[in-house]
Design a protein. Structure first.
Length: 202
């Protein structure tokens, strides 16, 4: 009997005679469950961000308006450069067109004041141990986004920070990737290849 290409799960060929369908289905189900358990244990391909859907918000109120750094949803920090903005946690109806059916919350960002073309409003998350874990790796950032009007750009980058205690290596700023979004919910993905941490001091 043939096997699936990724997890090598055996299944009957289209011409094979299945004499005990219940037993065959049980075997396949057990193989799938085992493969999924191995995948979950390795953490490969899973989300490395905490609170990626902004569902937890115990640190702050629903709406923030300021021009300096502060906490947003749990594990997220907002900041700005030459600009002020409004951040608001929003509720999204389950089953909204263009979104994964399990998404029910998000974050809206409104740029209220921009001083110049270098102005930016952004939120960030620090991945504990990430600088050692992901050195030299390629990571993919995926997210859903839409604009209230027009076709603004949304950007992202990954930064390798080696800490502040002692004499750590200098921070390494990665490539800044951007996408142009529309007024329709759409899933976007950006790929980042991080620099090697060989020889760095943390």
């Amino acid at each position: 009997m043939p096997d699936t290409p990724i997890y090598a799960i055996t299944y009957p060929a289209s011409t094979a005679l299945v004499t005990d369908g219940a037993s065959a289905m049980q075997t396949i189900s057990t193989d799938v469950e085992t493969a999924l358990n191995v995948q979950a244990g390795s953490n490969d391909g899973r989300n490395f961000l905490d609170n990626p859907r902004f569902g937890l918000n115990f640190r702050n109120t629903q709406t923030i308006t300021a021009g300096a750094q502060g906490y947003l949803g749990d594990r997220w920090v907002w900041n700005s450069t030459n600009a002020t903005g409004t951040f608001a946690r929003t509720t999204i109806a389950i089953g909204t067109a263009g979104l994964d059916t399990t998404i029910n919350a998000g974050m809206s960002v409104t740029n209220t004041t921009s001083v110049n073309i270098a102005a930016a409003i952004y939120f960030q998350q620090i991945l504990d141990g990430g600088v050692e874990k992901f050195g030299g790796d390629t990571l993919v950032l995926s997210f859903y986004a839409k604009a209230a009007a027009g076709t603004p750009k949304v950007g992202a980058r990954l930064v390798q920070n080696f800490g502040t205690g002692g004499a750590p290596s200098a921070e390494v700023g990665g490539t800044f990737n951007t996408v142009t979004i529309s007024t329709t919910w759409t899933r976007y993905s950006m790929s980042f290849t991080l620099a090697s941490v060989a020889g760095k001091t943390i």
